[in-house]
Design a protein around this ligand. Structure first.
Ligand SMILES: Cc1cc2nc3c(=O)[nH]c(=O)nc-3n(C[C@H](O)[C@H](O)[C@H](O)COP(=O)(O)OP(=O)(O)OC[C@H]3O[C@@H](n4cnc5c(N)ncnc54)[C@H](O)[C@@H]3O)c2cc1C
Length: 285
């Protein structure tokens, strides 16, 4: 049976999962405890529901999927690979799929560090697998404190012996990061004439580097999409009216595509993505 993996357990991902499962596909959903819904104190504008907290709506969606025996996997996705099929990489496993739906929510804002935006593309990168090659044997740092940063660091450690981890004042959440040179101080600024040259910490200490990879928190929609060459515009994944991306079998829906940031739009796009996935997989079989 064809396998579809959905990344995201919010309104877009669960809506896609319900449609795909009811068409008899083998469906797995990866998700974490956080969703935009968790921040929504009260929702009063969704059809048929007078009032519900975002947290309750999120949990109700997950329960609804479980009731249909959809496989719900509470694991963070760290990376994606595409070889005609899709590999979904988590901290413990790699899962294969014939079609993949990205429903990972809105783009994560970049950390508000002085000089960071200006150095994007000039030494600041958001994807180790895309840009790591340019920093072979150079001085590289990864900004992050958790499993996603550890995944990016592991990839980069094969390209350069000089690898620093910058937590920007945060506690380390993944012990794998401790094998690299750790800098836990808060960052004051990122500096350099044209390209990045140094990190200045709040205690005025300085770290000279050639490349900085941003991997704070978990991998967001755009981070994952970038790894397999998906088209992105203004930090949104580019899709057509059927939620197809530029990669055959890869779909995106919900807050990670352009348009309204609302539950109703996420639910519609999830349904549309799954409907097209069903056609795509039937043609393939
Ligand atoms: C404060 C606030 C108030 C809001 N109020 C309303 C309202 O009143 N009405 C309304 O319609 N909308 C409201 N919204 C918007 C609504 O919450 C979103 O539009 C909706 O949740 C988008 O659904 P989504 O499925 O695209 O993304 P999300 O709900 O954000 O779900 C994303 C999913 O992806 C998972 N995920 C992300 N990255 C990974 C990864 N690397 N690995 C595994 N899983 C991952 C998350 O755990 C989550 O399950 C509000 C939003 C906020 C922030």
């Amino acid at each position: 049976m064809s396998k579809v993996i959905i990344i995201g357990g919010g309104p877009a991902g669960i809506s896609a999962a319900l449609y795909a499962k009811r068409a008899n596909l083998d469906v797995s959903v990866f998700y974490m405890p956080n969703s935009s819904l968790n921040k929504a104190h009260m929702i009063e504008n969704y059809y048929g529901i007078e009032q519900i907290s975002g947290q309750d709506l999120y949990e109700a969606g997950i329960k609804q999927a479980q009731r249909l025996n959809i496989e719900m996997i509470p694991e963070e996705v760290l990376s994606l690979e595409y070889t005609g099929r899709f590999n979904v990489v988590t901290g413990t496993n790699t899962y294969e799929a014939d079609a993949l739906i990205l429903a990972t929510g809105a783009y994560r804002a970049t950390p508000p560090i002085k000089g960071l935006k200006e150095k994007e593309g000039k030494g600041v990168s958001y994807c180790a697998v895309c840009d790591g090659f340019f920093y072979r044997k150079k001085r590289v740092a990864v900004l992050g404190d958790a499993s996603y940063a550890a995944h990016e660091a592991e990839y980069l450690s094969n390209l350069t012996p000089t690898l620093h981890i910058l937590t920007n004042g945060k506690e380390i959440k993944d012990d794998k990061l401790r094998q690299y040179e750790l800098h836990t101080g808060k960052i004051k600024a990122i500096e350099g004439e044209v390209k990045i040259e140094r990190i200045v910490f709040e205690d005025d200490s300085v770290l000279e580097i050639d490349g900085l990879f941003i991997a704070e928190g978990s991998a967001g929609s755009v981070d994952l999409a970038r790894k397999i060459g998906t088209l992105i515009e203004n930090n949104k994944i580019v899709v057509d009216e059927n939620m197809r991306t530029n990669i055959p079998g890869l779909y995106a829906c919900g807050d990670c595509t352009k348009g309204l940031l609302q539950v109703s739009k996420a639910v519609y796009e999830g349904a549309q993505a799954a409907t097209d996935v069903i056609k795509f997989l039937r043609k393939k079989d």
